[in-house]
Design a protein around this ligand. Structure first.
Ligand code: BGC
Length: 256
């Protein structure tokens, strides 16, 4: 299915995990892909080869998205690479585990700057391009179930995702006159490098699974499928929403 024929997507933080899965899924559905990470290594090389093997174009752009200037430039460089840009997937994100009373300013800044400030200015850069070129762009932000539910010991992470929740709500209204859509995807517990410690701690994993009605960790492909939907014309009337991809975690109820 080539629902993204002639379209180009930029996926931030796409060397691994959910970002890499989104890149492969969008490519499979016909999209040319700009990958991004803070360094280019063999993971990026492998992804480029895989995407080109599907008959699509791929490039990798290095940027540190905790810096507004780099987030802005990444979008303009992405536009220049294949002479257009239709889809922006803001996937890059970090989390730091610490008691609230021990969080350092450095860690706070890293989390907020990567998960919120970089996303904010990346979208701004994309919107400026879309408005100038009359592109009906689609933005998908990788939020988290923690834009909605608490996550003790991850205060800055929750603040960043809560901010992303309202950023999307706000921009959906502000950007609707230009037919630019913006939505969040909120993964729950997904098997990715960000959850490496959890995956290795069998007792903790068992506890986590007890809170997930579907009783399994999410797969990166589970998330990528929803991202592809939101990026496509099938979601032409969807904006300002959050799609939870969490096996039922967020609103679960344990029958006694
Ligand atoms: C976090 C994971 C966590 C999951 C469910 C995600 O946003 O990145 O570390 O396991 O939420 O709590």
């Amino acid at each position: 299915m080539n629902r993204f024929e002639n379209k180009v997507a930029l996926i931030t933080g796409s060397s691994q995990g959910i970002g890499a899965a989104c890149a492969l899924r969008l490519a499979k559905d016909g999209c040319d892909i700009i990958l991004n990470g803070h360094k280019f290594d063999e993971r990026g090389e492998k992804l480029i080869a895989e995407i080109e093997g599907m008959g699509r174009k791929a490039a990798f752009l290095v940027a540190d998205l905790s810096k507004a200037k780099e987030a802005i430039k990444l979008v303009t460089d992405a536009v220049d690479t294949f002479s257009r840009l239709d889809i922006l997937v803001n996937n890059a994100g970090v989390e730091k585990n610490a008691n609230f009373w021990e969080v350092t300013e450095e860690d706070y800044d890293l989390v907020m700057d990567t998960n919120l400030k970089g996303v904010f200015f990346g979208i701004q850069s994309f919107v400026n391009y879309c408005r100038k070129n009359k592109v009906e762009g689609a933005v998908i932000n990788m939020s988290s179930v923690h834009e909605e539910i608490v996550f003790p010991h991850f205060a800055a992470y929750c603040a960043s995702k809560g901010g992303l929740r309202m950023l999307t709500r706000n921009l959906a209204t502000e950007l609707a006159p230009f037919n630019i859509r913006i939505n969040n995807v909120a993964p729950g517990a997904v098997s990715t490098p960000i959850n490496q410690d959890l995956l290795e701690d069998k007792a903790q994993l068992k506890k986590v699974l007890q809170n997930i009605p579907l009783r399994r960790m999410g797969k990166v492909e589970d998330v990528a499928g929803v991202v592809a939907f939101l990026a496509s014309d099938d979601a032409a009337y969807v904006t300002g929403s959050t799609y939870f991809v969490d096996g039922g975690l967020t609103y679960h109820y344990e029958e006694q």
